[in-house]
Design a protein around this ligand. Structure first.
Ligand code: AQP
Length: 327
């Protein structure tokens, strides 16, 4: 059975990109694989978050994942910080990855932007992500398109380590969905929808109320030529709406475009499809968020299972580089 690992940061409210790009696929992956999913709270420390917000968002994200259909009977769901091997392995891998490799990461360049004081953790975050993945001997990593480069780096690090120290890690492959791998901001369709970018009208949260979804889709930026067609380069706003529609219906966005002549009709149906797709999740969310002790119990159980696997891989890597095992 294939092993799957993927994670998500509690850095803000989950949006449609996170859902269609990653989480929804996790739900189907758990049916056919041995899947490990984690709330990567250590990654969220790379951003400036109030401690109370981080705690609340981490538990809230766990509730959203459970509501989306992540089933602790079928997979392992845990908080990254509950499994210390992530940080232990990250250090060993940091001593293998190079400064030049990390400097090339486009997400670092985007996020560091014009910040005066860039956190070291933001720079080394892709190595911690490599540790997250390699600890679980994952063959597949379901992610959105923005994580493609980080996955390549993980593969690079794993191959180099295996060549230098002998076979230690499974080299993983990214699994990226055909539709929904890069959901764009509704107001700025040239950039991806993101948790940490402040764009209230451009971002649809997966817990947004129907009236908010309708409003945001209605106001979504399109273009002036009035012709409905799927053209990512020339008509990025419209292409994004068609992509969202395609992700909801499981259809090719280009085929959908042929059924419409007016932007208004398309927008109305996109909003309706999104509302219907999210409705079951939103209803289930109420149940989980009203029972945090149960969510903590699920996460504790998940951490016990995750630690069992992660500690073995960490020990393998520690032995390989020459660290002395405790007597
Ligand atoms: N716009 C997107 N379209 C498709 N997939 C996306 N993902 C993120 N944005 C989009 C996928 O969601 C998963 C979890 O992402 P993450 O929490 O690890 O962080 P991220 O990739 O950096 O996503 P965000 O939402 O932009 O968060 P912030 O703003 O905190 O950095 C990943 O599989 C990702 O590919």
């Amino acid at each position: 059975m294939a092993r799957v690992l993927s994670g998500i940061q509690p850095s803000g409210d989950l949006h449609l990109g996170n859902y269609f790009g990653a989480v929804r696929n996790w739900v189907s992956d758990q049916e056919r694989t041995d899947a490990f999913f984690c709330v990567v709270d250590l990654h969220a420390l790379t951003q400036s978050l109030d401690p109370e917000d981080l705690r609340r968002q981490s538990l809230d994200l766990a509730c959203v994942l459970l509501a989306a259909g992540i089933d602790p009977e079928k997979c392992t769901l845990f908080l990254q910080s509950h499994v210390p091997s992530h940080q232990q392995l990250a250090w060993i891998l940091e001593c293998s990855a190079t400064f030049g490799e990390l400097k090339r990461m486009t997400q670092f360049k985007d996020k560091a932007g014009d910040q005066e004081a860039v956190r070291v953790g933001l720079f080394t975050y892709p190595v911690l992500m490599a540790a997250d993945i390699l600890l679980y001997d994952a063959n597949e990593v379901p992610v959105g398109d923005d994580q493609r480069q980080h996955l390549e780096l993980t593969r690079e690090i794993a191959n180099r380590f295996n060549n230098r120290y002998g076979q230690t890690f499974v080299v993983p492959t990214a699994t990226i969905p055909k539709v929904g791998a890069r959901v764009m901001d509704l107001q700025h369709p040239e950039r991806k929808m993101s948790k940490s970018v402040n764009s209230p009208l451009g971002t649809i949260g997966i817990l947004d109320k129907p009236v908010e979804i309708e409003k945001k889709i209605k106001k979504a930026v399109t273009d002036n030529d009035g012709i409905v067609s799927f053209d990512v380069e020339a008509k990025p706003g419209l292409a994004n709406l068609l992509t969202l529609f395609g992700a909801c219906l499981g259809e090719d966005p280009e085929e959908i475009s042929k059924r419409y002549e007016r932007y208004g009709d398309l927008k109305k149906d996109v909003a309706e499809a999104l509302i219907e797709s999210l409705r079951p999740l939103q209803e289930r969310y109420q149940t989980f968020s009203a029972d945090i002790p149960e969510v903590l119990r699920i996460l504790h159980h998940g951490a016990l299972k995750a630690r069992e696997v992660a500690e073995v891989t960490y020990q393998r890597a520690a032995d390989a580089v020459g660290l002395v095992s405790e007597a």
